[in-house]
Ligand binder design. Structure first.
Ligand code: HEM
Length: 414
């Protein structure tokens, strides 16, 4: 069947497997949903120009993160993209996201309590008032960029409050993060590696300085407790300690910023659904889940195959880079009715939302993210139901890991 796709459609076949269609980054990024929609019924995976395969079907994307025949990517991804040393590579070597087995457990476990559902839920009123304060700050302007002035600041202020980072530092660390987060995706060129390395050095130096300060003058905050207990337990090296904090700041800001803006953009393009949310706040959680499905801020996650893996009769070779595309899975017609319709009333979301991954690496910030997105949307809909897009709606760029957003101008009658 797959051979037929390549030859019948006259498309470029992979050298390694002539039956496999291999697409370039530009071809995929031009219309990722269209590409996935086209190939998903025909083949469980397609080839990627940088090497590796994009896994398309919901069943596989859901199952493979828990399959012991695959592991987290360690340093394969950066090396494949030309990053062969420096602080950037060290962040991959020492991070929880890219590690396996006991090493991963050691790096993740200090955070599971802090990000537990109960503690996060207690933050809800604080997050609601952050959203409310932000709107008060700019309401009189009548028009703003919602990405910069709202969507970015809810997660940035929240993660700063959780970790105990000074609020005045937000512009500094967010500027670095939006640059650095590209390193996890295909959204950078080799000639940009020095700039990314500089961002990695800046962010690690920033975190190191804050940790040193907490060691010298401990406070009643998470970082002081973490710095002390991590050192006492002796389970993490000094750079591992820094790296996990970098991962939290990175994971906790950019992904949610993109999602918080995108959910508003999708609703404003469908006035009936926006009005419904404004009139009935109980629709907010469903709207958040649907926006995360329809236009996710994380397009997929990477794994390495340890042995050959048969997917519907097609074989992923051992040692392959497998990109499990949540973006494709969340439009799979086998799971969702009318998958290409944005419908906040849909009832066919799986119990575990695929946008947060699966298995031992499932997102540590899921509960927090949902609270931030729900409060961000609920407060905005309550305060400015007359909100409108004032320009083109944002289009998310990228098809793997953290996707990118530009500006999103919105306006309202005061
Ligand atoms: C819309 C928002 C978010 C999305 C879509 C998202 C998505 C994901 C996904 C798919 C993974 C699994 C990656 C893999 O298996 O390779 C993950 C892991 C992770 N996320 Fe999130 N995330 C979001 C928000 C957050 C927030 C708010 C935080 C921090 C407070 C966070 C921190 C992390 C960390 C530290 C990991 C690594 C966990 C591990 O490797 O054990 N994320 N996230």
């Amino acid at each position: 069947m797959a051979r037929e796709i390549a030859t019948l459609e006259g498309e470029r076949a992979s050298k390694a497997d002539p039956a496999l269609v291999t697409l370039s980054i530009a071809e995929i990024d031009e219309d990722p949903h269209g590409v996935f929609r086209r190939y998903r019924p025909l083949t469980p995976f397609i080839g990627h120009e940088e090497g590796g395969f994009i896994i398309l079907r919901a069943g596989d994307v859901e199952r493979l993160p828990r399959d012991p025949r695959l592991r987290a990517t360690e340093t394969e991804f950066p090396e494949m993209r030309g990053i062969t040393g420096g602080t950037l590579l060290q962040l991959f070597k020492d991070g929880m996201l890219t590690s396996n087995g006991e090493t991963h457990r050691r790096r993740r476990s200090p955070f599971t309590r802090t990000f537990a559902a109960k503690l996060m839920t207690e933050l809800r009123p604080q997050i609601r008032s952050t959203a409310d304060d932000l709107i008060t700050e700019w309401y009189e302007e009548g028009e703003v960029d919602l990405v910069d002035r709202y969507a970015a600041l809810i997660p940035a202020r929240t993660i700063s409050a959780i970790l105990g980072l000074p609020r005045d530092d937000i512009p500094h660390f967010t500027r670095i993060i939006y640059k650095l987060s590209r390193v996890l995706s295909f959204l950078f060129q080799p000639d940009e590696i020095p700039e990314l390395e500089e961002a990695a050095c800046e962010l690690t130096a920033y975190v190191e300085e804050i940790l040193d300060e907490r060691r010298r003058k401990p406070r009643e905050d998470f970082l002081s407790a973490f710095a002390t207990s991590a050192e006492e337990a002796g389970e993490l090296t000094p750079f591992e300690i820094i790296t996990q904090i970098v991962a939290l700041i990175l994971g906790g800001t950019d992904t949610t910023r993109v999602a918080a803006a995108m959910q508003v953009a999708l609703l404003l393009q469908d006035r009936q659904q926006w009005d419904a949310v404004c009139q009935d706040p109980t629709l907010v959680p469903g709207a958040v889940s649907e926006a995360l499905r329809y236009e996710p801020s994380v397009g997929g996650i990477g794994r390495i195959t340890l042995e050959e893996i048969d997917l519907d009769g097609r074989v992923l070779p051992a040692g392959s880079f497998a990109m499990l595309s949540s973006m494709s899975a969340m439009r799979d017609e086998r799971v969702y009715a009318r998958p290409d319709a944005f419908d906040i009333h849909r009832t066919d979301h799986p119990r575990l939302h695929p946008v947060f991954g699966g298995g031992v690496h499932r997102c540590i910030g899921e509960v927090l993210t949902r609270i931030e997105l729900e409060e961000g949307l609920a407060v905005l809909a309550h305060r400015i139901p007359q909100l409108q897009l004032a320009g083109d709606p944002p289009v998310l760029q990228g098809h793997f890991a953290i996707r990118r957003i530009g500006q999103m101008r919105v306006a309202w009658q005061k």
